[in-house]
Write a protein that binds this ligand. Structure first.
Ligand SMILES: NCc1[nH]cc(CCC(=O)O)c1CC(=O)O
Ligand SMILES: [Mg+2]
Length: 336
């Protein structure tokens, strides 16, 4: 180790700087600010709808009118980005997921309403077919149930273009098909959307921690005992995650993401150190559910939330998608 940062007791008492609040703050290596937050929300059709999600306490599915009120608070708090996840009525789901590229669908309508009311608030949309397929898989399946890559990518491109036309700021493909970033980027360029940003869910693992999300968007019952192991990464792997990130960057991603968050902090650190690009982490629904369950039982205090988010910063995240975004922004604003 460098002599500059080593030193032996008692010349160097490491506890000295920890003795006061002022010096702990002064020497803190990382901090969380409101600028690090992306707030994921669930949307549904209807008016004045706000329905609770059992496995995600305090998170509701909102109709667009309710979302606009929520977005006003989000913008006031200074949260940079809101990310939209639709729960689609079962009658609109199909094998080919045609509703995913309906110009008058729930997501494009929500994007247009949000961009009109709050032009400064960044809007991110998820690109994947799972809210729109009857089986809950992220793509189009063949007779054996296998998710087919290339025809799925064609549909994802259509979905992305509909979102771009609605005015979305950030397109975030979460489907893990090969080549989708390149396909979407080429079509955006050809259509003049040169400044539409892409945040790629690059290192997305086949995780059980997405369970509560699948309840929230209503794909859980559809996917039944199924899984997404033929396209999402194996939790045993890390070298492969770097290859995924490399490909997405080569194909035109502006930002990359690691998902889930806390169980994959090692991947986050490796991605940041290897590529030095804007890198995000998703504190997913299962992580939210775990923390809320423990907090609501009195087994953990609420301070666990801030600690969990700070760990992402320490591991190299430039920002975090978290269902706690609004709550934490309020806490930060209050100076706590
Ligand atoms: N492609 C859909 C998608 N986009 C974000 C999440 C998970 C988010 C969360 O758990 O909070 C998922 C679920 C999945 O891949 O099954
Ligand atoms: Mg890939």
């Amino acid at each position: 180790m460098s002599p500059i940062i080593t030193g032996d007791f008692p010349q160097r008492r490491l506890r000295r700087l920890r003795a006061n609040d002022f010096s702990r703050r002064l020497v803190a290596e990382n901090s969380l600010t409101v600028n690090d937050l992306i707030y994921p929300v669930f949307i549904v059709e209807g008016k004045n709808v706000s329905e609770p999600i059992t496995s995600m306490p305090n998170v509701n599915r909102m109709s667009v009118d309710v979302l606009l009120k929520e977005a006003e608070q989000v913008a006031k708090l200074g949260i940079p980005v809101l990310s939209l996840f639709p729960a689609i009525d079962h009658s609109k789901k199909s094998l080919l997921a045609e509703e995913s590229y309906n110009e008058d669908g729930l997501v494009p309508r929500a994007v247009r309403a949000l961009k009109k009311a709050f032009p400064e608030l960044g809007i991110l949309t998820d690109i994947a077919l799972d809210p729109y397929t009857i089986h809950g898989q992220d793509g189009i399946i063949d007779d054996s149930g296998y998710v087919q890559n290339d025809i799925t990518v064609e549909t994802l491109i259509r979905q992305a273009m509909v979102h771009a036309q609605a005015g979305v700021d950030i397109i975030a493909p979460s489907d893990m098909m090969d080549g989708r970033i390149g396909g979407i980027r080429a079509e955006l360029e050809d259509s003049g959307f040169v400044n539409t940003q892409i945040m790629a869910y690059s290192a997305k693992y086949a995780s059980t921690f997405y369970g509560p999300f699948r309840d929230a968007v209503g794909s859980a019952t559809n996917i039944k005992g199924g899984n997404k192991k033929t396209y999402q990464l194996n939790p045993a792997n890390s070298r492969e995650a770097l290859q995924e990130v490399y490909q997405d960057l080569q194909e035109g991603a502006d930002m990359v993401m690691v998902k889930p968050g806390m169980p994959y902090l090692d991947i986050l650190r490796q991605v940041k150190d290897t590529f030095a690009v804007p890198t995000f982490a998703y504190q997913v629904s299962g992580e939210y559910a775990m923390l809320m369950a423990a907090i609501n039982n009195g087994w953990l205090t609420e301070a666990a939330i801030m600690e969990s988010l700070l760990c992402f910063k320490r591991a190299g995240a430039d920002g975090i998608l978290t269902y706690f975004a609004k709550q934490i922004a309020e806490q930060l604003q209050a100076g706590k």
